[in-house]
Structures are given as C-alpha cells and as structure tokens.
Ligand binder design. Structure first.
Ligand code: ATP
Length: 438
C-alpha cells in the first residue's frame, strides 16, 4: 500500500455523497432546489452520530444542561424583538445584463460580472434572509410569521418556562438541535451554505463576573470537541472577530475555523450575547425574565455565551478531513478515515462467498439484536469490492467468515486504516467492537 493522503476537493466529496447515497439534491427529479438537500441512509446515520457526539461534549461542563425542541415558526413579534426583522440582512447586488444575483460583500463591484463579463451593477440593497409566511386565512400584521433563522430565540422566549419548571441555578445551559432557515442570496459549496440547515446551539447563562472565565472555558471545550471527533488539529484555528464583524446582538465573538479546500471558513461561532436577547424579549413581551439572586437578594438579567455550529457544516467538514486516497494492489482506494463514533456503519459482516452466507448472517443477527449502533451484513459482489465499498463509507472494521471459520470458530477482522488482518473468536466480536467504540 502506498502512503495515503487527503485529496478532497468539493467535487470529490459531492461525488462520493451521491455515489454512496449520503446526500441527495432535494427534488432532484424536478430539477433540484438550490441550497436544499435530503440525506440518505448513511447520511442520516452520520448526522445522528454528530448530534450524539455534540450532546455528550457539552455535558462535560460542570453545570446543568437542559434540552429544548422549539417550534420552527415564530410570530413577527419574536423576530421584531430579537432584531432580526431589522438587522438580519445581507447586501445584495444584481447584474443588469445577465440578471445574476450576488452577495455584494463577496464580489468586487469595480470588476466585471463573473457570469457575463459586463460591468452593469444595480445599487447594493439590503436583503432580509428570513423566510416570511402568513398563518391562517386572514392576512393582517398579526398573522405574519417567519421560519426561524437560528434556533437560539426559542431558548430565550422559553427561558421563564424552563427555569420555573426545572430545578436549575445559574450557571447552566440550554441546548437545542434543530432546523434553521435562511434565504441565502447565493447558497454554495454544497452543505457549507444551505437555505435549510440544522444547528446545534448552546446558550450558557451566567453572571457578569463569570463571563470571561466561561468564555475561555467554552473556547477550549469546543476545540477539544473537534479533536474528539477526529478532526486534525492543524486544520482548526480560533479567530477573534473584529468589532465591525460582530452581529447586532454580540459584544464578543470567536469563530472556530476549518481549513476547507476553498479557504479558512467559520465552522462554529462562539459569542458573548450579553443580556441582549432576554432584555429585548422582556421589553417587548412585558414579561419579567430577570432571575433572583438568593445571595444579594437582587434580580438581574443573566449573561449569555452561545456556542453555535451547523450539523451539516460539520458533516461536510468531517468528510473533508477524513477523505483519503491511497493505492492498494495497483488500484486506487478511497477511504474515509472517520472516527469510529462518527462512522455510519461500525462493522460489516461479510461471508467470503455466498455459500457461507447462512452462518455469517446468524452471527450478524445475534450481534445486531444486542447493540444500539449500526452494523451491516453484505454478501453481494466479490470480497474485494465489498471491502472497497466499506472503506469508502468509513466502516472501521470488516469481519469475514471463511472456510476455516467452521473449524476454528474465528472470523478475520480487517482494519480500515492499517489494513491489518487478525483472527478474532466469534464469541469475542462484541467485545472487539466495544473496545473499538470505547
Ligand atoms: P457565515 O458567516 O458562514 O454566514 P454566520 O456567521 O452567519 O455564518 P451564525 O449565524 O454564527 O453563522 O450561525 C452559526 C453556525 O450555523 C455557523 O457557524 C454554521 O456552522 C451554521 N450555519 C450558518 N449558516 C449556515 C448555512 N447557510 N448553511 C449551513 N450552515 C450554516
């Protein structure tokens, strides 16, 4: 085997996702819809593993974490109070010649349109990225609603419900995983910038005096998380925002950036939101959202530190980082060196030939009934082809039942990364997988 290296370009990742059914263009048979994707079986399993790893990682903090599943639609009042109606804009410009639309901050307006080569720009206009709709049959101001552009607001508007129905004390966190929608002017780079995507957001509530301590603690913890899911530390960096980059709600922000083939880009934002959101919702709703401090006997608005990352953006990051090509027996091998916790299938159970299917299927079924993770039985095609398929979807280990298995009660375990093969007793397969996933 020649030494392996990552050669992932955006095109290789898109092709792999399509070939192996990880991701499909949504409504593809009708020509597709820009910036919107469906996830197939393996894609769904990877997303589940990402969500589980994220939940586990935030619970490492010394303090309570509660979870919320908020609604996707929110009334106008919520987004008015949060500042999104007024501020959630991107600058937009059109080419008068070919009618192509761009984000004005992403192109040079002194230069010609990249699509048609003419210089004929409209004025730069502000474009609100929220998807607006109307609830019910009467179309007046009170029926306006928006698909949420971030999950965070449902945490803030439920803050009172949550603290009064759970026994939590500041500092504590409220976390949410769910869909968010942004009418991006130019969705691009596949799952990097979508119009419908999923966020994992944590709002950490603390006192003013603890803000700096927790901000740096969360920076460390979030960086550790990326190492724990197998991302190469060299491809990750932290970048503090300049004051002119800050969102309308934030007073301090640091991005976790990943080195994509198209440059260093934001993977996660860690922001000090101050008490902006709770104060705004308190003002606009007329409801008291401050908390009572038993020690000082005073009420105060807690401070918020937010950690926010997209499931889909992390999904594509993990693929970029895990993608490798090497040469095996004179043939090119594509291998996804995904961390076992992220790999969609943890182990494949392969009879060497179809004649040996029955005993291997029995072993597979028995283990499948005992474990909570995904394993796969695969009997079609040559053994080489099956190994190749599992390398390409990142299966960490393949067990092969061969003609000796009947006699020695063992299967061959083949390691995806080292290609080392060893005999493992059939009775020890579960323990082998337990050790692999520990
Ligand atoms: P960007 O600068 O890339 O547009 P942002 O600063 O607008 O990102 P945030 O509002 O901080 O993003 O959102 C938090 C996280 O949600 C991002 O770090 C990213 O992982 C994810 N995210 C945001 N917008 C998208 C999108 N359009 N498609 C996929 N993921 C997204």
């Amino acid at each position: 085997m020649s030494s392996s290296q990552s050669k992932a370009t955006l095109d290789t990742i898109i092709a792999l996702c399509k070939r192996r059914g990880l991701v499909y263009q949504s409504a593809e048979i009708y020509g597709g819809i820009n910036g919107i994707y469906d996830f197939g079986h393996l894609g769904h399993l990877i997303k589940e593993n990402i969500r589980t790893a994220w939940k586990k990682s935030i619970k490492k903090i010394d303090g309570d974490i509660l979870f919320l599943e908020g609604a996707l639609l929110g009334p106008h009042a919520v987004w008015q109070a949060s500042g999104h109606v007024e501020n959630f804009h991107d600058p937009m410009v059109d080419c008068l010649q070919c009618k192509k639309r761009y984000r004005a901050d992403e192109i040079n307006l002194q230069k010609a349109c990249p699509a048609c080569g003419k210089i004929a720009w409209t004025e730069v206009r502000q474009f609100n990225m929220m998807f607006k709709t109307e609830l019910g049959a009467t179309a007046d101001h009170s029926s306006i609603a928006y698909l949420r552009p971030e999950t965070a607001q449902s945490i803030f508007i439920n803050f009172k419900n949550i603290i009064s129905s759970n026994r939590v004390k500041i500092p504590f966190g409220i976390a949410q995983i769910g869909k968010a929608f942004r009418n991006e002017i130019t969705p691009k780079q596949f799952l990097f910038r979508m119009r419908e995507f999923e966020q994992m957001e944590l709002e950490w509530f603390c006192t003013q005096q603890d803000v700096e301590t927790y901000f740096s603690l969360w920076l460390d913890m979030r960086r550790d998380f990326y190492m724990s899911v197998g991302i190469n530390d060299k491809h990750i960096r932290l970048r503090k925002h300049e004051s002119n980059e800050l969102a309308h709600y934030s007073t301090q922000c640091t991005d976790v950036e990943y080195e994509f083939p198209f440059g260093w880009k934001e993977l996660e934002g860690i922001a000090h939101r101050g008490n902006f959101d709770l104060t705004q919702h308190s003002k606009h709703s007329g409801k008291e959202l401050a908390v009572f401090d038993e020690e000082t006997k005073k009420t105060y608005m807690p401070q918020v530190i937010e950690c926010s990352v997209g499931v889909d953006r992390l999904f594509i990051t993990l693929l970029f980082d895990a993608y490798n090509e090497d040469e095996l027996g004179g043939e090119k091998r594509t291998v996804l060196k995904l961390h076992p916790h992220i790999a969609p299938i943890k182990a494949a159970f392969l009879p060497l030939t179809k004649k040996l299917s029955e005993p291997m299927h029995r072993i597979y079924k028995k283990i499948q009934n005992n474990v909570a993770y995904e394993i796969e039985f695969d009997q079609s095609g040559s053994i080489g082809k099956r190994y190749r398929r599992h390398d390409e979807i990142g299966t960490p280990v393949c067990f092969t039942y061969d003609f000796d298995s009947e006699q020695d009660n063992c299967v061959t375990a083949r390691n995806r990364d080292t290609l080392k093969q060893e005999r493992v007793s059939i009775d020890h397969i579960e323990q082998y997988l337990f050790d692999l996933l520990r």
